[in-house]
Write a protein that binds this ligand. Structure first.
Ligand SMILES: *Cc1c(COP(=O)(O)O)cnc(C)c1O
Length: 372
């Protein structure tokens, strides 16, 4: 086996492969009190709000930590202690929201769907009509557990018709799949630095309807998770409340510059779509089938059925592909054996073709029959 002179490429849903420019942006030390750093934070926040066309109505609150920290902070801040949250559940990240609500002591109602089926806007609306006590719907946009895309615009319309609040976990879709708050109304949308914006991991951010955020003072059970307090402090001082992840913010600022240079959301979405098509077609030629119907597949991450062959073993497969320079992701389904391959990050269809070659060569080495 040859040895690589570069890091393996990450075919995962985050952290993901970043550009050299983004990595180089971290070669400085920033003072959290310094106006140069605070300017970077302010620019990042206003650019993030612009991605959903929300500058008239919404503000951005960044939070230290991985994406889940921001999901938890949003639920804790926006849902009153006697609120009740409907959670359409078709995968692992929906289930995580239910778990968070249990921890927070907020009442929840699960609306279950099969993992290979999108959440149904009509069923959501029926559930809201049946229970006027439900204050919010917490919806995952792209369910990264499988890669399925939920019909967000229709769900947002149903939630708005019923006069409830919508909280969107758009962690793996924000900045690659269009969400326009003027036509897809929401109270809060959560995403993070290390996903489709191609920054490094370490901060989440929440785009929140200003009036809802203002009304949420005192809801939160936790000081460090209180987005109202984080925002109020930032408004007053233009600084972060507690030690900011300075290098992560600087890297995100540089990643956003490259995002604009690439052509913004539509160009980013097109590149991921080209990656996804190259991946699914290349794997199909190797005899590997994707789990979802193509119409339900988001161009973010693809779940593949593991080869039904006695010589197949995920860990051996993973190591073989890794030695060839690529890092895959395990499956997250309980019923069927799968593995996942991400389409996002600083990758092109040319990179994906090499991934497919590495998968084919590894399976051949393992003696797993590859059929056409
Ligand atoms: C990545 C992701 C998260 C956050 O996961 P962390 O590991 O906390 O960063 C939440 N929801 C979805 C849909 C995701 O893809």
């Amino acid at each position: 086996m040859y040895s690589l002179d570069r890091d393996p490429l990450l075919l995962t849903p985050g952290p993901l492969t970043t550009s050299l420019r983004t990595k180089q942006a971290m070669l400085h030390d920033w003072g959290s009190w310094d106006s140069a750093f605070n300017r970077i934070t302010a620019e990042v926040c206003s650019q993030l709000v612009d991605i959903v066309h929300g500058s008239e109505t919404h503000v951005c609150v960044p939070l230290q930590g991985s994406g889940t920290f921001s999901v938890e902070a949003t639920l804790g801040t926006l849902v009153p202690r006697h609120g009740k949250v409907l959670v359409p559940n078709n995968g692992a990240y929906c289930a995580r929201i239910l778990k968070i609500l249990t921890y927070l002591g907020r009442e929840s109602v699960e609306l279950p769907f099969a993992e290979d089926q999108p959440a149904d806007p009509a069923a959501i609306e029926t559930a809201l009509m049946a229970d006027p006590g439900i204050t919010h719907v917490a919806q995952v946009h792209c369910e990264t557990g499988t890669g399925i895309l939920n019909p967000l615009a229709e769900i947002a319309a149903a939630v708005a018709r019923q006069g409830r609040g919508l909280i969107i976990d758009a962690m793996s879709s924000f900045a690659a799949i269009e969400i326009d708050v003027r036509t897809t109304p929401f109270d809060a949308l959560i995403a993070a630095s290390g996903k489709c914006l191609e920054g490094v991991p370490g901060l989440g951010f929440v785009i929140i309807r200003r009036t809802q955020l203002e009304a949420s003072a005192g809801n939160c059970h936790s000081l460090s998770m209180d987005l109202h307090d984080q925002w109020a402090y930032m408004q007053k001082t233009s600084q972060w409340r507690f030690t900011p992840p300075t290098h992560v913010v600087a890297a995100l600022h540089e990643a956003l510059a490259q995002y604009r240079e690439e052509g913004g959301l539509s160009a980013r979405g097109d590149r991921y779509m080209a990656n996804c098509v190259a991946l699914v077609e290349g794997m199909r030629e190797l005899g590997l089938k994707s789990f979802l119907l193509p119409a339900l597949q988001a161009p973010i991450i693809v779940t593949f059925h593991a080869p039904a062959h006695p010589a197949y073993n995920f860990n051996t497969f993973y190591q073989g592909v890794r030695e060839r320079g690529f890092i895959l992701y395990p499956g997250k389904l309980t019923q069927v054996e799968t593995f996942r391959v991400g389409c996002i990050g600083a990758l092109t269809p040319q990179d994906i073709a090499k991934v497919v070659d590495a998968v084919g060569a590894t399976l051949r080495d393992m003696g797993v029959a590859v059929m056409v």
